[in-house]
Design a protein. Structure first.
Length: 509
């Protein structure tokens, strides 16, 4: 079977509409206007697809140069072998409809390995038309690294590459303000644009670059804070043969993702006009990022953390299975719609729309999201994702939010170990043993759970809730919380999670 390439598309375009559409885009020969640090699954399933969509609608007319972010990357050779082309398969639910679509994305012109071809990267800096920079080098990539500057070689870190790239551009255009860049880091960090700017200026200072360059970076380059949200599952290893037969070609960069997407960008209106994502029908918001981050953390991430213990200990293994269980879905909906949403000071329509979309995403038939994967470091996650909503509910309503309280009891039961082996804690669900995936410091601080034999449950739960190392507050100060958690834990212990949850939903204790 032939591999995807421009030549393959040109020779076979008459066979499929998919290839015909791609052939038209390939023949457009769009100029390079974006440099992108990163070429992995997420960017291909998110930013690159968005630029492709803009191009299709005649709203941007530019292509992307993708830069390999680490020395041992393997994507650039594959990308260049396929002339920058790859297939995106969007699969899942969107606005009540099942989506299962294929599209050949044509927005990438080429990939560059900076560790072997740094000069080619600098040549991109010399192109005045390349005004935009996108990145996703993971949270670990957007960090400061002390390193020496060598103009002939690529810096190792992502911020180092950006600093050297901007300095070469500054020199090429003699500090012209028109040569300034607009940068959109997509790494999942608070204030990611501001963070990148601070590291660039720090490196420029350490490397002895002139003050005029630092002023140019500060005044004529715009670093935008962003928030991205889309599940990109990448290459479908298990179903690749089926895809190959369906498509009629091999694609080593075939990328799968859900149809939902959200991109929030803090930027000036004139920048939004240059990248009219909304005109293309994309879910992009040129607004402050903080409210969208709160939506994502409290609703999407919060619902995951709220559900995992109750669902897993009820005998389920995936988020989708939890959505198919009537009682569990109602439990999660109660927590989200009745206890979390009312406390979010965000536009009512916007937060309900996001919550509705979240439940659609949870029901995605193509995405097997494992509950045990969600369980990683869940005490910290409960503190950051759920506790703020919990405490606000207590303050405003002078009562415990019932579903969130039950989720705390379920968390306690999940973390209570059946046995400890080689310093690893293991819980038990029926005959199934599961690892309790938590960092060592947290496990040390909840050591009392490993001594819990059920004889003095009140004392153990009191110690768990009053542990300020875990919660940064004493939760036993919340009226009736210790008693209610103890009641739920006893009920779960006596009747099992499924029966205890049913009883809870019937009585809302």
């Amino acid at each position: 079977m032939e591999q995807l390439s421009k030549k393959f598309i040109a020779h076979n375009q008459a066979k499929k509409q998919l290839l015909q559409d791609a052939n038209e885009a390939c023949n457009a020969h769009l100029p390079e206007r974006i440099i992108q640090f990163g070429e992995g699954n997420f960017l291909r399933g998110f930013v690159d697809w968005m630029i492709h969509t803009l191009n299709k609608k005649g709203l941007f007319n530019g292509s992307i140069v993708a830069i390999q972010p680490t020395p041992h990357g393997k994507v650039v050779p594959k990308l260049n072998a396929q002339d920058g082309l790859y297939t995106l398969a969007q699969r899942g639910m969107l606005n009540g409809t099942e989506v299962d679509e294929r599209e050949i994305v044509t927005s990438i012109s080429r990939g560059i390995n900076p560790y072997t071809d740094w000069q080619k990267v600098l040549e991109v800096a010399e192109n005045i038309d390349v005004r935009f920079m996108f990145s996703n080098t993971t949270e670990a990539g957007l960090t400061y690294l002390h390193e020496e500057y060598d103009k002939a070689r690529s810096p190792l870190s992502f911020p180092g590459k950006v600093t050297a790239y901007l300095y070469h551009r500054f020199q090429t255009f003699q500090g012209a303000k028109e040569a300034g860049m607009i940068l959109f880091p997509c790494e999942l960090l608070d204030n990611n644009g501001q963070l990148l700017k601070e590291i660039v200026i720090r490196l420029a200072t350490e490397w002895g670059f002139p003050r005029s360059f630092i002023d140019w970076v500060d005044q004529h380059n715009q670093f935008c804070n962003t928030l991205v949200d889309r599940i990109v599952t990448g290459f479908p290893r298990e179903g690749i043969e089926q895809f190959n037969q369906e498509l009629g070609y091999e694609d080593t960069l075939l990328t799968t993702c859900e149809p939902f997407h959200l991109f929030a960008i803090e930027a000036k209106p004139e920048i939004a006009a240059q990248l009219p994502f909304e005109k293309a029908g994309l879910n992009v918001h040129w607004k402050p990022v903080a409210p969208f981050r709160e939506l994502k953390v409290r609703i999407l991430n919060g619902a995951h953390t709220m559900m995992f213990a109750a669902a897993y200990l009820s005998g389920l293994d995936t988020v989708k299975e939890a959505m198919e269980d009537e009682e569990l879905q109602q439990f999660i909906r109660t927590g989200v719609y009745e206890e979390i949403l009312p406390l979010l000071h965000i536009n009512e329509e916007e937060k309900i729309r996001f919550a509705d979309a979240t439940f659609e995403r949870f029901s995605n038939p193509f995405n097997q999201h494992k509950l045990l994967d969600i369980s990683l470091n869940s005490i910290f996650k409960w503190k950051t994702r759920i506790l703020p909503s919990f405490l606000e509910a207590v303050r405003e309503k002078k009562a415990l939010p019932a579903a969130l309280t039950f989720s705390l009891a379920a968390l306690y039961v999940f973390y209570r170990p059946d046995h400890v082996k080689d310093h690893v804690w293991f819980g038990k669900r029926g005959d199934t043993v599961y690892p309790i995936r938590e960092n060592e410091k947290t496990l040390r601080s909840i050591q009392i759970l490993s001594d819990d034999n059920g004889e003095d449950l009140q004392r153990t739960i009191h110690a768990f809730l009053s542990n300020q190392q875990l919660w940064e507050t004493d939760l036993t100060a919340v009226p009736q919380l210790a008693e209610t958690v103890t009641f739920h834990v006893q009920n779960i212990g006596e009747h099992g999670m499924k029966a205890a949850l049913r009883s809870f939903m019937e009585n809302r204790v």
